[in-house]
Design a protein around this ligand. Structure first.
Ligand SMILES: *[C@@H]1O[C@H](CO)[C@@H](O)[C@H](O)[C@H]1NC(C)=O
Ligand SMILES: *[C@@H]1O[C@H](CO)[C@@H](O)[C@H](O)[C@H]1NC(C)=O
Ligand SMILES: *[C@@H]1O[C@H](CO)[C@@H](O)[C@H](O)[C@H]1NC(C)=O
Ligand SMILES: *[C@@H]1O[C@H](CO)[C@@H](O)[C@H](O)[C@H]1NC(C)=O
Ligand SMILES: *[C@@H]1O[C@H](CO)[C@@H](O)[C@H](O)[C@H]1NC(C)=O
Length: 470
C-alpha cells in the first residue's frame, strides 16, 4: 500500500513534469503553438457553423453550367477530357479475357473477399477484372435508386450483378466554395469523386470503399430503353440537341431547372459495386449517426466540447476497431474535403463488430483550395491513430512518390481519365502534411505510446478526456 502510494506520488510528479516539459517543448520548437492551432480549428468550426441559412437564392450547379469566376474554363476542360477519352479502360491488358464477355467469376471472388475487417483484401487479384467489368459489361436494366437526397440509379448488368450509378452533373474543374452562398449541404454529388475516393481509400490501405469505375453511356440505349421506371422514363426530354432527364429525388436536387444532361446522347457516369444483400433480401448496410457529423445541428455538440470521452464510455466504442476506423475515415474525408458524413455505415452481417464502410463519397473533391481541419474531429479530439497508418502516411509524406503520384498512376487506367482535376491531387499532398502536423501535436501532448495504437483498442483506454478545447 505504502509503496503504491509512493509510486502514485512520484508517478504524478513525473507526469506533471513531463507534461510541462512537453508543453514547453511544443511552444519552443514548433513554430505554431498547439494553443494557436486549436484556436485555428475553432475558428474554422465557427465559420462552418455560419452556413446554416436556407435554400433561397442558391443556384444548383447542374445541367446548365454556372460560371464561377476563377474557373471559367470548367467546360473547356471537360471538352478536352472528352476528346482525350479512349474506347476502353485499361484495367485488364489481356484482350482474350475481354472477349470472353462476362466477368462473373471476379464478382463472386469480390463478394467472397468481404470480411469483418475489409471490403477487399490487399492483393485482391480479381480487382482489375472487376473494374473492367463495371466499365464495360452491358446493362440489362436500370431504375431510380430511392435513398439519399440525390439522384442515383441502380443498375443490373447482363451477368446478373448490381451496381450503383451516379451521373455526371458538374464539370470537373468547377469549384464548390463551401461558403454562405454555397453551403456544404447543398453541394451536388460528383460521379468522379466516387471513383477517385475508391482509389484513395485503396491507396491508403484502408480498403473500406466499394470499387467504382467510370464509363460513358448512351442515354437512349443504356438508360431510356432499359427502364420501366416511370419516374425516370417520364422525365426524359431534349434540350438544345442534348438528351436530358430530371429523375426523382429531393426537390432541390431534381427539378426542371437542373436536369442531368448528356453531350448529345452520351453521358459520363460512375458505377460502383452494390454491396450484396444480406440473407437474400435484407438491407446489407447499417446506418449510424456520425458523432462528429458536420450537420448543422450535430456539429454544435462536438464543436463546443470534446465528445471523445463520452463516446468511449460505451464499451462497444472503446473496444475493437470502431473508433480507429472513424479516425481513419476522418483522415479520408479531410484529404478529399468531404463534409457529407452525417452517418457512418457498417455491414449488417457483422453488426457493430465490423469495419466502418466508406460509402457515398460523391461530395468529396469539390474544392481543392480549402483545407478544413475540422474534418479531423475524431483525430483531434481522441488523439489516437493506427500505428500502421501513421507509419504509412509518414513514409508517403517523406518519399519522392507522393500520394498524388499513386493516385495518378492508378486513375490513368480509368476510362474517364483524367478522373479528377490536377488541383485536387496536389491538394491531397498538401493536406497530408497538415494532418501529420496535427498528429505531431497529439504525440507532443501525449507521447507516441498513447497516440499510436497497435492492433485494436482495448479497455481501459489509456487516458481519456483529451482536452483540445473544442
Ligand atoms: C484557362 O485556360 C487557359 C488556356 O488553356 C489557361 O492558360 C488558363 O490558366 C486557364 N485558366 C484557369 C482559371 O484554369
Ligand atoms: C491471356 O489470357 C489467356 C486466357 O486466360 C491466356 O491463355 C494467355 O496466356 C493470356 N495472355 C497474356 C499475354 O497474358
Ligand atoms: C471463357 O470463360 C469460360 C468460363 O469461365 C471458360 O470456360 C472459357 O475457356 C473462356 N474462354 C476463353 C476464350 O478464354
Ligand atoms: C444511342 O442509342 C440509340 C438507340 O440504340 C441509337 O439510335 C443512337 O445512334 C445511339 N447514339 C450514339 C451517339 O451512339
Ligand atoms: C512531411 O513533409 C514535409 C515536407 O517535406 C515536412 O516538412 C514534414 O516534416 C513531414 N512530416 C512528417 C511527419 O514527416
Amino acid at each position: 500500500m505504502r509503496f503504491r502510494l509512493r509510486f502514485m506520488f512520484w508517478g504524478t510528479i513525473f507526469v506533471c513534469c513531463t507534461t510541462l516539459m512537453t508543453i514547453f517543448a511544443v511552444f519552443r520548437e514548433i513554430g505554431v503553438p498547439v494553443a494557436a492551432r486549436v484556436e485555428t480549428i475553432h475558428r474554422n468550426i465557427k465559420k462552418t457553423l455560419k452556413h446554416t441559412s436556407i435554400l433561397d437564392g442558391i443556384n444548383l450547379l447542374t445541367g446548365k453550367e454556372r460560371a464561377v469566376p476563377d474557373h471559367q474554363n470548367a467546360s473547356k476542360y471537360d471538352e478536352w477530357v472528352a476528346g482525350k477519352r479512349r474506347q476502353r479502360p485499361v484495367w485488364v491488358s489481356n484482350e482474350s479475357k475481354r472477349k470472353n464477355g462476362t466477368h462473373l467469376l471476379h464478382w463472386q471472388q469480390f463478394h467472397a473477399d468481404i470480411t469483418e475487417n475489409q471490403m477487399y483484401s490487399s492483393n485482391a487479384p480479381y480487382m482489375n477484372d472487376l473494374l473492367e467489368s463495371l466499365a464495360t459489361t452491358e446493362i440489362e436494366n436500370v431504375g431510380l435508386f430511392h435513398g439519399g437526397s440525390q439522384l442515383k440509379l441502380h443498375v443490373k448488368l447482363v451477368d446478373g450483378n448490381y451496381a450503383m450509378l451516379k451521373p455526371m452533373r458538374t464539370p470537373r474543374s468547377l469549384v464548390y466554395n463551401y461558403d454562405e452562398d454555397q453551403p456544404f449541404w447543398f453541394d451536388v454529388e460528383r460521379h468522379n469523386a466516387e471513383i477517385a475516393a475508391f482509389h484513395l481509400d485503396r491507396i491508403l490501405n484502408f480498403r473500406r470503399a466499394p470499387p467504382c469505375a467510370g464509363r460513358v453511356l448512351n442515354m437512349t440505349a443504356d438508360i431510356k430503353m432499359k427502364t420501366k421506371d416511370k419516374d425516370l422514363l417520364d422525365t426524359f426530354f431534349r434540350d438544345g440537341g442534348n438528351t436530358c432527364f430530371e429523375g426523382k429525388c429531393a426537390p432541390w436536387f431534381c427539378n426542371k431547372d437542373h436536369p442531368v444532361c448528356g453531350r448529345g446522347e452520351m453521358l459520363e457516369v460512375s458505377l460502383c459495386v452494390m454491396i450484396p444483400f444480406y440473407h437474400g433480401n435484407e438491407d446489407p448496410i447499417l446506418d449510424r449517426p456520425n458523432p462528429w457529423s458536420h450537420g448543422v445541428r450535430e456539429a454544435r455538440i462536438w464543436q463546443e466540447q470534446n465528445i471523445c470521452d463520452d463516446i468511449l464510455k460505451n464499451p462497444d466504442n472503446a473496444e475493437g476497431r470502431f473508433l480507429l476506423d472513424l479516425v481513419e475515415q476522418s483522415i479520408f474525408d479531410f484529404l478529399m474535403l468531404n463534409y457529407d458524413r452525417h452517418h457512418f455505415h457498417m455491414l449488417q452481417k457483422y453488426s457493430s463488430k465490423g469495419f466502418v464502410v466508406a460509402l457515398d463519397n460523391g461530395k468529396g473533391f469539390g474544392n481543392p483550395d480549402l483545407d478544413d481541419l475540422t474534418l479531423l474531429g475524431p483525430l483531434a479530439q481522441c488523439c489516437i491513430l493506427r500505428d500502421s497508418t501513421f507509419r504509412y502516411l509518414k513514409k508517403v509524406n517523406g518519399s519522392k512518390e507522393k500520394l498524388s503520384d499513386h493516385m495518378r498512376h492508378t486513375l490513368v487506367k480509368d476510362l474517364i481519365d483524367p478522373v479528377i482535376h490536377e488541383a485536387h491531387l496536389e491538394a491531397i499532398d498538401r493536406r497530408l502534411m497538415k494532418l501529420l502536423d496535427l498528429v505531431g501535436d497529439c504525440v507532443d501532448l501525449y507521447g507516441e505510446e498513447r497516440v499510436m495504437v497497435k492492433g485494436n483498442l482495448k479497455l481501459p483506454f489509456p487516458e481519456t478526456g483529451v482536452n483540445m478545447d473544442m
